[in-house]
Design a binder for this molecule. Sequence first.
Ligand code: MN
Length: 321
Amino acid sequence: MITKKQVKIFDEKIKAARSILVCAHKNPDGDAICSVLALAHLIKLNYGKDVVCTYDGNIPDNLDDVPLRKDMDYFEHIDQGANFDVAVVLDYGIERNIGGPNKFVKDAGFVIELDHHINDEKIGNLCLDDVNAAAVTEIIYKLMVAAGWKTDLTVAQLIMTGIITDTGCFKYVKRGDVMRIVAKLIEYGVDIQNIVNDLSNKPRKTIVTESASVGATEFFYKNKLALAIIDSHQYKNIDGRGETVLNLLGQIRGLEYMVLLKEQKPNQIGVSLRGRPGYPVDKIAAALGGGGHELAAGAVVHDSLANVKKRVLDLFKGGIK
Ligand SMILES: [Mn+2]
């Protein structure tokens, strides 16, 4: 619930600001990028102000056709001495997830956050957080309505794209609230099929590499756990995620857990964990120094591929009957 008082503070701070930065978490996903671009565009439409949209890490290739995508600037490409009156931080979870842009956030006169992650160490001076929101773009929609802002089809498409990507195309929707927003966006003119089509936008080498990884998957613990690997050579062909590997493995009958090990560089292994409903993976991710959601979590472990593989399999051992 966004209060009138919160809207008033947001309005006053944006009105007074001569410079505004908007950013989200490092290696932004669909919700992170679309919430940055939607909020920046709403500020432009309603306050006539240009906003610096920045990020750290990589933007997945399948998001190349997101509206206004070209407005996302890599943080090293913006003026390093810049000082922002207001920094808006979206979808960040914990402070260290912000990455490079965090130096601008730390120096900003006022920090506004909109997030749906559980976080006990908030960095915002104004916090428009909602852990029940399916996506941060859902919070932006609610802010837009509460503030009575004018909007356009680009904003509507960005909000829908954030919802689609963060809910796995509505699979993870838990409350009717977000679907009522989806209905409004459709009535406004957003075409879900077009958005999903635009998101099917990966380079051929990525899909070919991901398929090869699936083909070499090993199965453990009476075929209840699948473990796939993307080595350092294959890693160059994917956009850092390998989501297709997990999606394909997740369709195998009887499988409870999916593990993907990505050799980002020697002795740096990205671990992605997925569980079927009833088979949580968040505690295993936490044991590896990472985190995430109950059924989708991960970590980055600084050790050899062989050692990380052994460690992950050992952690699952106790939990699998
Ligand atoms: Mn999100």
